[in-house]
Design a protein around this ligand. Structure first.
Ligand code: NAD
Length: 464
């Protein structure tokens, strides 16, 4: 039975009003208060590491190491980063010196937007809720977290723990499905961060438009991998496959499909097979403790259908057990470009390989489709690297690796076009929830110098 209690719908506007009141109290103006709340969030995670691991194991059969690496440790690191830098981030900036303006002391104040809404998907529920929350707290906002109903154990745990650690006058969790989220979206939030799929993002954007609420979207899509035959084959295969099987492929920046020179395809397939043998030695991944499950039977069925309908050649895996939410690590070669596996984001452990003539054809293939959240290239050739970088667009790029760019300290994470708008992680989350408020303070004596701004606009004034 699901342990997840949905927030009663008529409570939702009340929560919003309470948070508005909390924000209006001015508490969050204090940097000390924000630091305390950040530390509390850090303790929330640190005190409950094992409960989070267990919750995600129950929800996704997620290996605890994956939870440590991709959810828990990132949040702890982000808390430390925000705590250590908050004084610098929040400091009012003076505008660069300019003779005409300096007397007015033009400045940029970093002010909170107000009460913000953070909606997260199921795949990395701790990082995708708490990461942005860190930015919201550091920037001085109140916030509502809306976890996914697809991970009931984790979402229930978050709802249990948040009020024990954070100030409920400013930070709350609302749990629920579509009716609850629809109610939430009727309210005039001061900013919304939606992470999830593009279809729901359109619903969120339409609802936000009614209040002219700014929205940042962190979405998905099909992240391509371009293989140059002049690459380190073993390393490439290992890094691609690790990123594909982590969380059973349910990662927004997981490599979705591979473009490879036609004559190099079989060598690549062999390298993938060797890699999988090493990842799951002497056992079927179904019995491995290092392999997660798909979030629901419906999603498992969706991925199974993509495999069933492919016109490519399944060379590894292909097994699916809908009830057990299991899809084997699967490699499909000779996939046509209009194949089922190329019709939507796979979001599962299935890797289609599309053979192409050369790098130019691979670049054209990528450019004919939506700008991806991440683009991957495996090559040792600097000219090929430059060519791919200069002739494509994507949220981010990793050369000779997959996924790792998301964690690179001090860099933003975000998509472009259909893969999202806006940036988060670290200082970029702080920026997302910060209003840059310009101020000047204009002394009376300036009117003697700038008298030309006042009517009557005489010829003499115009000349000066
Ligand atoms: P999901 O089903 O958990 O939904 C996301 C959120 O939207 C949930 O909180 C859910 O309650 C809410 N929701 C669902 N339907 C709704 C509706 N009709 N109206 C209002 N709210 C609704 O997860 P998902 O959307 O399937 O997540 C997977 C997608 O998220 C993939 O496309 C993946 O690539 C993307 N993603 C992107 C990032 C990123 O940072 N760019 C990170 C993780 C996942």
């Amino acid at each position: 039975m699901s342990p997840l209690e949905y927030t009663p719908i008529d409570e939702i506007p009340k929560i919003f009003t309470e948070l508005k009141r909390g924000f209006g109290s001015g508490k969050t103006e204090s940097i000390q208060y924000r630091k305390e709340q950040l530390l509390q969030l850090g303790y929330l995670v640190k005190d409950n590491l094992d409960r989070f691991r267990k919750a995600l194991y129950a929800d996704l059969h997620r290996p605890p190491i994956e939870t440590d690496l991709f959810d828990l440790s990132i949040v702890i690191q982000d808390v430390k980063n925000a705590y250590n830098n908050i004084d610098k981030w929040t400091r009012t900036e003076r505008a660069p010196f300019h003779f005409n303006w300096f007397a007015m002391k033009p400045s940029i104040r970093k002010e909170p937007k107000g009460v913000v809404l953070i909606i997260a998907p199921y795949n990395y529920p701790i990082f995708l809720l708490f990461g942005p929350l860190i930015g919201a707290i550091a920037a001085g906002n109140g916030a509502v977290l809306k976890p996914s109903e697809m991970t009931p154990e984790t979402s229930a745990l978050i709802a249990e723990l948040l009020p024990q650690y954070l100030d409920p006058e400013l930070y709350r969790v609302i749990n629920g499905g579509i009716p609850e989220t629809t109610k939430i979206l009727e309210l005039p939030w001061n900013h919304i961060l939606y992470t999830g799929n593009g279809r729901v993002a359109k619903i969120v954007l339409q609802a936000a438009a009614k209040h002219l609420t700014p929205v940042s979207t962190e979405l998905g899509g099909k992240c391509p991998v371009i293989i140059d035959e002049n690459c380190d084959l073993k390393t490439s295969a290992r890094r691609i496959m690790a990123s594909k099987v982590a969380n059973s492929g349910q990662t927004c920046v997981a490599p979705d499909y591979v473009l490879v020179p036609r004559h190099f395809q079989d060598q690549l397939v062999e390298a993938f097979k060797e890699t999988l043998d090493k990842f799951y030695p002497n056992t079927d991944p179904v019995r491995s403790d290092s392999y997660a499950r798909i979030v629901s039977p419906q999603h498992t069925q969706r991925i199974k259908r993509l495999i069933d309908e492919t016109r490519g050649e399944v060379v590894v895996g292909g097994q699916a057990d809908v009830e057990q939410r299991y899809i084997a690590p699967t490699i499909v070669k000779n996939v046509p470009e209009d194949d089922s596996l190329m019709s939507e984001e796979i979001f599962g452990p299935v890797l289609p390989i599309v053979p192409v003539g050369d790098i130019d054809e691979a670049i054209a293939f990528v450019n004919e489709r939506d700008h991806p959240l991440a683009l991957y290239l495996f090559s040792k050739d600097e000219k090929v690297k430059a060519k791919v970088l200069e002739n494509t667009q994507s949220g981010g790029v990793a050369v000779n690796d997959c996924v790792m760019h998301v964690g690179a300290y001090g860099t933003p994470f975000g998509g472009i076009g259909p893969s999202g708008s806006g940036y988060h992680t670290g200082k970029f989350s702080f920026d997302m929830f910060t209003h840059l408020r310009v101020t000047i303070d204009s002394p009376s004596w300036l009117d003697k110098i700038l008298s030309g701004r006042f009517p009557p606009y005489t010829e003499k004034k115009f000349k000066t």
